[in-house]
Design a binder for this molecule. Sequence first.
Ligand SMILES: CC(C)(COP(=O)(O)OP(=O)(O)OC[C@H]1O[C@@H](n2cnc3c(N)ncnc32)[C@H](O)[C@@H]1OP(=O)(O)O)[C@@H](O)C(=O)NCCC(=O)NCCS
Length: 176
Amino acid sequence: MSDLLVRPARPEEYERIGELRVRAYIEGGVIEPDLPYVQHLREVAEQAKTADVLVATDAEDKVVGTVVVAQPPSPEAEIAKPGELEFRMLATDPEAKGRGVGQTLVDAVLEQARERGLKRVVLSVADHNDRAIRLYQRLGFRRLPERDWSPLPGVDLIGYVLDMTAEAAAGGSHGQ
Ligand SMILES: CC(C)(COP(=O)(O)OP(=O)(O)OC[C@H]1O[C@@H](n2cnc3c(N)ncnc32)[C@H](O)[C@@H]1OP(=O)(O)O)[C@@H](O)C(=O)NCCC(=O)NCCS
């Protein structure tokens, strides 16, 4: 999708962002509708107090995707250690899937890491979330098994990291 822009979310967009996330996660088969995590996906205003909520917008400034970017000691940073940036709750509006929105948002996270002078970007993903895992691997993320964890019985999250020092040494991970 051309004409995509990434910018900080505006407070009046928080409610819509929450609903976009819920639709993306449920329709994408990432979570079951009755899990308490669904409520967490709606808590955008709370997350925005200690983390950055970014949106991707199309040519009409319609929000088509979103991601949360956090750094310790924000409670939104679940696995990041000092010196690392973490992103969470990456979501693309189901109607806009497969057009580069996810990749554009992850690229924006990597840009934030560079601006903050951070060398590592980390994330957790459900072990069955093949679509998201493909995206992360394509962008150069590697498994970080020592950060695998389970927030709830039956929910297994696996860690990934992009080491930007290694990426720079290799001449970039995806031709940018
Ligand atoms: C995971 C998720 C964010 C990916 O979003 P997306 O916007 O569809 O991602 P992209 O468009 O960048 O990439 C998805 C696919 O589209 C393809 N694509 C990207 N740009 C494209 C374009 N311009 N034309 C055609 N295909 C394109 C990519 O190659 C990729 O293909 P693949 O799945 O076969 O590898 C989205 O599916 C989602 O919201 N899922 C539910 C929530 C979720 O799982 N979040 C992550 C939790 S860790």
